[in-house]
Design a binder for this molecule. Structure first.
Ligand code: ATP
Ligand code: MG
Length: 131
């Protein structure tokens, strides 16, 4: 997912280009917006964390880009490409180093396991939206 502040700042094209040029195949792609309720469900794993309310409000604050990506070792390689959660810790050449504003507004989301990638893909896309 490309997060609201990165979409609003006009980084969508550059981020998608980085994703494709790093060997990921786009299986599904969508421009949409999460309601606060949907953002709350999407990030339910962080319900007990102190930043949960802020995170939900932020993720519902504007349109996002959702995608399903395919690659060998996709979860690990995509997390490497997006970089550390806190852009101050992110390596050169990562999406977050280039585009994140802060630890909260950090440009991009990546699934943390194959299992969650499947859940999150099903959250956004039907079968006939995947190629
Ligand atoms: P994501 O799940 O979005 O790919 P991540 O796996 O790198 O990010 P998580 O620990 O899963 O990091 O946190 C989810 C999101 O919550 C972060 O990407 C960030 O937007 C927000 N977040 C995490 N920690 C903080 C914090 N300390 N303060 C504010 N927001 C935070
Ligand atoms: Mg995470």
């Amino acid at each position: 997912m490309i997060k609201p502040e990165a979409v609003a700042a006009g980084h969508t094209g550059k981020i998608i280009d980085m994703i494709i040029s790093n060997g990921f195949k786009i299986v599904a792609l969508k421009y949409t917006r999460l309601s606060a309720e949907e953002a709350g469900i999407f990030y339910e794993v962080h319900k007990e964390r102190p930043f949960y309310g802020e995170l939900v409000g932020y993720m519902a604050s504007g349109p996002i880009i959702a995608a399903i990506l395919e690659k060998d070792n996709a979860v690990e390689d995509f997390r490497k490409l997006i970089g550390a959660t806190d852009p101050a810790q992110a390596e050169e050449g990562t999406i977050r180093k280039r585009f994140a504003e802060s630890k909260a507004k950090n440009a991009c989301h990546g699934s943390d396991s194959d299992e969650n990638a499947e859940i999150e893909g099903n959250f956004f896309f039907s079968g006939r939206e995947r190629f």
